[in-house]
Design a protein around this ligand. Sequence first.
Ligand code: AHR
Ligand code: AHR
Length: 522
Amino acid sequence: MFATAHRTPLPHLKKALLALCAAVGLLIGALVGGTGTAQAAGSLPCDIYGSAGTACVAAHSTTRALYASYNGPLYQVKRASDGGTANVGLLSAGGYANAAAQNSFCAGTTCVISVIYDQSPRHNDLFIEPAGTAGPANSGAPADALPVTAGGHQVYGVSFSGHMGYRHTAAAGVAVNGQAEGMYMVTSGTHVNNRCCFDYGNAEVKIADTGNGHMDAINFGTECWFAPCNGSGPWVQADLENGLFQSNLGHSTNSSDTGNSAPFVTALLKNNGQNYFATKDGNAQSGGLNTRYSGPEPSTSSGYSPMHQEGSIVLGTGGDNSNGSVGSFFEGVMTSGLPTDAADNAVQSNIVSVGYGGRSPVAAGTLSPGSTLSLRATTACCTTRYIRHQNNNAVTSPISSASSALDKGDSSWIVRPGLAKSSCVSFESRNYPGDFLRHSNYQLFRQPMDGSALFRADATFCPQSGKNGQGTSFASYNFPDRFIRHYNNTVYLAADGGPNAFDNSTSWADDVSWAVSAPWTP
Ligand code: AHR
Ligand code: AHR
């Protein structure tokens, strides 16, 4: 065995050289702003808006710092096993989220995101939103539902199903009563719906609709509030209360705005509070911003000119907590004052430099989270039948390449980490994002995820080898001796022998065995 010192006659010289190399390395790192290291001061979104004279009054992200000097917590997770909480911070000042801290804290159980901290000096942290006049209390978003990469690091975005939202009431420094403000969020065009209202921005102090102009929030989704809208969306719209505006007339006046369905979208709204607002969107992975509307405040009814903002912050629901919407959130800020277009463009360049990306692509037709699949029956009677939803019930139907697009969509499911146990799986509807396959009274249905512990358990299935020697059988998480079974072409949670007709032992092993197949709708 060799001792290092024997081969290094002048250890003190080696140390000095190492220190010199480290210093040069740090200097080079600081100059080029390398991945995962602090970038040059002034380069992150709130530095850009701040030096343009429109300081951030809110800066929320689960993926990265939004100030080059920020080195505090990004968000808090709460775990199901013991109700314990932990903060997730950064790998380095001005850098990216330390997702490994979440992974170890949540290992063997599930976590929700319980707080999204405000990085601005205003401390406008977002908490799980309580009940409002239009919807019951929300749940926190599952903490591991949206793994992505940013700056070359694996981090988590926030994935909203229905009945999920965050709020900060009476936020400090946020525009009120006709003051000017700007805001953006990085969201996704691939997980959207047409329900009210996936919003980020200024909302009411009470969780209620207090009238026109009492909100000023970015809305992103496929809900066309004022027809006509162009194309199928999702669009960036201004939720100014009692309407999602694409122009001063409400409806779209821009025939080129058919929406933006990119996987990562920058959505931007600014409003001088008096007589002008603008919306923009861009691909958050490349290129610049498109201005979708820039002009007067709505004139369709009174209350919008001047505006009457109340200065609270909402994320994921409407102002009155209408909470049927789904969506994704990676980062967002709000400013005091109307940002310049130059600052917006610099912020978009910074967002693009993050290099947001997906996980490595997951193969379709597998049980890996993120994969889309179809589940085919293996019982001799029924090998052309697949699990699909129809009138909200789970049934089996024969599906073939000649089937309609609707039937193919209804029989395609996206595999998610099990909502109650991440090593098992849940099945999200391909054509109803946010809806999952769940059992209730031992029958299976497609229903919107309501965030409750019961729903999570009822929608979690643990795969094992097929009971008839083919494919896969899916044990219920909360009734482990019951499996997903078809019986008279309806889908149940069935035991092998039991009180219900669908527990009948005859052909049970075949009926609970499913061929995990390529999705009819990829
Ligand atoms: O403006 C659209 C929605 O209308 C708001 O978000 C909500 O408060 C109301 O239901
Ligand atoms: O499906 C069995 C049980 O029935 C579910 O756990 C519950 O949702 C319902 O009461």
